[in-house]
Design a protein around this ligand. Sequence first.
Ligand code: MN
Length: 263
Amino acid sequence: MNNKNESRRKFLTGSAAVAGATVMGAAIQPSLAQEQGYVFNPPAVTSMEIVGSSERFPVRRVFCLGRNYRAHAIESGDNPDETPPFFFIKPRDAVVDSRDGFPYPSMTSELRYEGEMIVALKSGGSNISEADALDHVYAYGVGLDMTREDRQHEAQALSRPWAISKSFDKSAPCGPLYPVENHGHAISGRIWLSVNGDIKQDSDLDLQRWSVPQGIAILSRHYELTAGDIIMTGTPEGIGLVEKGDVIRTGIDNLGEIEVRVI
Ligand code: MN
């Protein structure tokens, strides 16, 4: 129990204790930040638990794939024969431990779940070929791309960016990562999500429009990818809304399942 709690505490903030102490003593002693040459303490490292290891995966950037399943593209109003998937971004500290409970966010009354597979990179580069792409994958996992649906629809109607609908605080509750070296690559397998026990999403990784190698290759034409980057690979059909008190479960074959309580 202690180890588990310790692990959860470290999920977000490796330097939380140091930062707290600095705030408390700021008036009477030089802060850690000043000793290091910063005007305030650097941001805490966001990191993810790794199954079978006491080490953690430090997150650099969070890329997300939109409309990467044909049936979800259709339910979202796209014609998948004409419109390819696309990318957007969440801030790294949107990644939080799925076990901590998901606080219903501000500025929305339509909170949507999207169950997704996560790809975690151990290396990167630019213009990565599809043939080489899987060599850069460290691990896979399960997570949620939580969305303020009302804010998204407003943005879409005005042809404005989606940022506040997708990149809000704690918008990516995630489970632990399953390293390739022990668990292999997650190329096919059932991906599902339930709310209060009712299955809402039920698909297969086979149905991704851009496979993991394709997604990495395409993304690397736009950004230089690096170790620590994670990619949320999109959600299948069956998206919907949740309320405070709802319990979301989502899982992928061989990558376990997570439970997220909306609080
Ligand atoms: Mn999504």
